[in-house]
Design a protein around this ligand. Sequence first.
Ligand SMILES: Cc1cc2nc3c(=O)[nH]c(=O)nc-3n(C[C@H](O)[C@H](O)[C@H](O)COP(=O)(O)OP(=O)(O)OC[C@H]3O[C@@H](n4cnc5c(N)ncnc54)[C@H](O)[C@@H]3O)c2cc1C
Length: 387
Amino acid sequence: MLLNPLYYTEQHLAFAESVRRFTEKEITPFINEWDEAETFPRELYKKAADIGLLGVGFDENYGGIAGTDAFYTLLASVELAKCASGGLAASLLSHTIGTPPIQHFAQEEVKAEVLPKILSGEKISALAITEPSGGSDVAALKTKAVRDGDDYIVSGEKTFITSGIRADYYSVAVRTDPDAKGANGISMLLIDAHSEGITKSKLDKMGWWASDTAHLHFDKVRVPAKNLLGAENMGFFVIMNNFNMERFFLAASSYGYALVCYEEALDWAKQRQTFGKRLVDHQVVRHKLVDMATRLTSTRALLEDTAYRLGKPELQGNELIAQICMLKNVATQTMQFCADAAVQTLGGMGFMRGMKSERIYREVKVNMIGGGAEEIMKDLASRQLGY
Ligand SMILES: Cc1cc2nc3c(=O)[nH]c(=O)nc-3n(C[C@H](O)[C@H](O)[C@H](O)COP(=O)(O)OP(=O)(O)OC[C@H]3O[C@@H](n4cnc5c(N)ncnc54)[C@H](O)[C@@H]3O)c2cc1C
């Protein structure tokens, strides 16, 4: 797919090239084995940090890369998607959802202690919002934190947490005011994942096998009060602020996986012969491929437009939040369409483990549900547009 040259600098393209080489050399040759083993080596975090992948969007004073705008996120997502494992990308980059609340809302002392370790790949960060009683209705969360001297005592449960087993730090949404209703009375806390009182259990999934996804139980976990992220009882704002880039990342990745499916199907259609000619010489198959390309092209245009707007302070606001919601839905529908069309075009081979489209097909639904499900995106967009 052609990138719109208006948006990219030489630095953008050089960065994309280094992520492409990293993915080709350090991930793709091993990904089938890692996916089946439901893990990948921890040393990959350090290798990703070495090429600047973990520093995108973070402050250079703490190990981030200066001047990395949303186009870097877009390019990184698309290049990493070429390994065709959303699970790997979700865990390797779980800091992109776990760490922004630390960068934007932690005390200076906490930032200086924690951020360089995460951005260098030494430590792993995760975000823990969702609870067994519900993820869409964030304001209904029940995990509680009670102040006790210089600490909070945290009790409750979180579920479906990406990097939940391996993480060293959790950014956790808790209720600090039991009497406040809904979004009021929620706070964010940075919790050392090795603290006494935390138990973790692995969850088995339809896809994202290379990612560790966990259920967490907090039993009277003592957390220093200095680990509060943002003001007490103002955590809902921190959570909502974090969702925009998470959804942009999910949209960019979904586009990347859709592109992988398209390329695998096109390649197959050019080689496979049926009824005396190549698959691509049958009009029905050609049309299917063009339908995929059409959706990819329009999704890419919306992604680039959104990346551009994210970089302009004067374009921030309710309409941009609505656009991100719509983008997430468009991109994940493109992924769903292309995964389905690719598996169909590959025929029986599309059902075989080891084919990129087979794995991506199993990973479609998590992109449509995680980080805000399709219906929730529509509701939020309608509110932002003032319906
Ligand atoms: C593999 C995986 C990894 C994840 N990683 C993380 C993570 O790292 N951190 C984290 O905090 N969470 C994580 N999640 C959780 C994810 O964000 C939630 O699953 C998601 O927000 C949906 O919440 P839920 O599963 O509780 O569904 P529910 O909220 O129970 O919703 C179920 C369905 O009902 C629909 N629905 C709900 N309310 C309405 C309504 N008002 N109108 C119409 N439809 C509605 C939803 O759209 C959804 O389709 C992960 C999930 C998965 C599967």
